[in-house]
Design a binder for this molecule. Structure first.
Ligand SMILES: [Zn+2]
Length: 67
């Protein structure tokens, strides 16, 4: 599960089951409403920071899904 895009305070999460959903607030864990898989937001945020540290506005978020 990865953060596909960040929109203000909302996060668009992409799951391995090819489902995408919006999380208003990242709690202790994020659960996919489609398949029920859970992920730690801290891990996703770390990945997001690593891939977007030089990007103010992520114009191409699909680079995440491609890796
Ligand atoms: Zn899922």
């Amino acid at each position: 599960m990865v953060i596909d895009e960040k929109l203000g305070n909302d996060y668009i999460i992409g799951c391995e089951c090819d489902d995408f959903f919006i999380v208003k607030r990242l709690g202790p864990s994020v659960e996919c409403p489609h398949c029920g898989k859970t992920e730690l937001p801290s891990a996703m945020l770390t990945q997001w920071t690593l891939t977007h540290e030089d990007v103010e506005r992520a114009g191409s978020v699909y680079s995440i899904a491609a890796t």
